[in-house]
Design a protein around this ligand. Structure first.
Ligand SMILES: CC(C)(COP(=O)(O)OP(=O)(O)OC[C@H]1O[C@@H](n2cnc3c(N)ncnc32)[C@H](O)[C@@H]1OP(=O)(O)O)[C@@H](O)C(=O)NCCC(=O)NCCS
Length: 343
């Protein structure tokens, strides 16, 4: 019979960090980000909870509050030797209690669709799956520039906010917060959550859209008469050193697409061009744009159409390496919600 385990749940402290690093270093095949993130969580005022057994940290989780009344649970980890003994359950229950005390009405978490342990955990606690997020991989060096300068699709603009009209006849710029109501009237048809797969998701509302625009994360495609025809959230780029390909790569997430196929295509081309230019500046480091779309969103079909067109174009082009898809479907992430009451 397994001995009973005395577990204490308490707030995190800076001196927990070496223990967290040690027991999380092999969480996934390529390591873990939690050891690096831990000090930042403490500094930024998140709720950081530790499970301690025999005086030593064996579990950790962080709760952030990315929008009023919305809690975000992230970085749940339990020491491999202490799993399946109810520690993550205790930590989650503490997160729920703490989030209620801070006035949140809903808690959310995102989980890889193949993480059966974590899915088992949230299901057993009564979380509800609210979205399936389909990720895509876009390889900018295959997507842009399309060809030679005299070819009709050549896109020489490598800066966001260049304010110039691309060959699609659309200009791509960051959304001015004062134009958020116009974007909202389009976005509300296609988007329910706004955020990133490696960050956090919040509910889309006129306020949250405006807030993300003020932070500079919303880009839009406009016609010459300045009408907004599409938009998306474009996150900061980051250098990923722990990936399956075993070489550093410049990556950038793009999510929450709304609007027309033509507009979304212009946004993808433009973001790919800017990312490619940055990767070239860094000595030609490989780069990958990572768009993702909610399965329920009409934008999913639009991205699939764009992928078909782009892949067919590349196949037909003698200048490009054939057999490599420009845009391919990647992982699936699941967004979960736990209602905390008081709507
Ligand atoms: C996911 C994780 C945090 C669970 O921690 P834990 O302390 O073992 O979880 P608990 O003992 O509280 O388990 C609660 C429930 O989750 C489910 N669960 C946990 N581990 C499971 C497993 N290996 N297989 C199936 N279900 C599992 C079960 O429903 C379990 O209830 P039960 O034991 O009564 O059947 C832990 O496995 C872990 O650290 N995994 C690696 C990191 C990770 O994937 N984090 C989540 C990222 S989103």
């Amino acid at each position: 019979m397994e001995e009973t385990l005395d577990v204490l749940i308490r707030r995190g402290r800076l001196d927990d960090e070496p223990h967290i690093r040690e027991f999380t270093k092999h969480t996934f095949r390529f390591g873990d980000y939690v050891g690096d993130a831990f000090a930042g969580w403490l500094e930024s005022g998140c709720d950081v909870w530790i499970a301690e057994a025999g005086g030593i940290p064996v579990g950790v989780v962080c709760v952030d509050y990315p929008a009023p009344r919305e809690a975000w649970f992230q970085g749940m980890r339990v020491h491999p030797d202490y799993r399946r003994r109810g520690i993550a359950t205790m930590l989650t229950e503490t997160c729920i209690k703490g989030a209620r005390e801070r006035g949140a009405h809903v808690a959310r978490a995102i989980i890889d669709s193949d993480n059966y342990r974590s899915i088992g955990l949230v299901t057993s606690l009564g979380f509800r799956q609210v979205a399936e997020i389909i990720e895509f991989d876009v390889y900018p060096e295959l997507l842009i520039p399309y060809g030679k300068k005299d070819e009709p699709d050549y896109q020489p603009h490598y800066e966001l906010d260049c304010g110039r009209y691309l060959t699609s006849g659309l200009a791509v710029t960051r959304l001015n917060p004062s134009d958020a109501p116009e974007a909202w009237s389009l976005a509300k048809n296609d988007v329910r959550y706004i955020g990133t797969c490696y960050g956090q998701w919040i509910s889309l509302s006129p306020d949250t859209l405006q807030r993300k625009a003020a932070e500079g994360y919303i880009i839009v495609a406009r016609t010459e008469s300045r009408e907004i025809v599409a938009g998306a959230l474009l996150d900061d780029w980051y250098e990923d050193h722990d990936n399956e390909r075993g070489r550093p790569e410049l990556e950038q997430e793009m999510t929450s697409f709304f609007g027309s196929v033509r507009g979304i295509r212009a946004l993808l081309h433009h973001a790919a061009a800017v990312l490619y230019a940055e990767a070239s500046k860094r000595g030609g480091i490989p780069c990958r744009l990572r768009p993702s779309v909610e399965k329920q969103s009409p934008a999913l079909e639009k991205i699939r159409q764009i992928a078909m067109v782009e892949n067919a174009r590349r196949e037909a082009s003698p200048a490009k390496r054939q057999g490599l898809p420009v845009i391919e479907t990647g992982d699936v992430m699941l967004l979960w919600e736990y209602p905390l009451g008081k709507k």
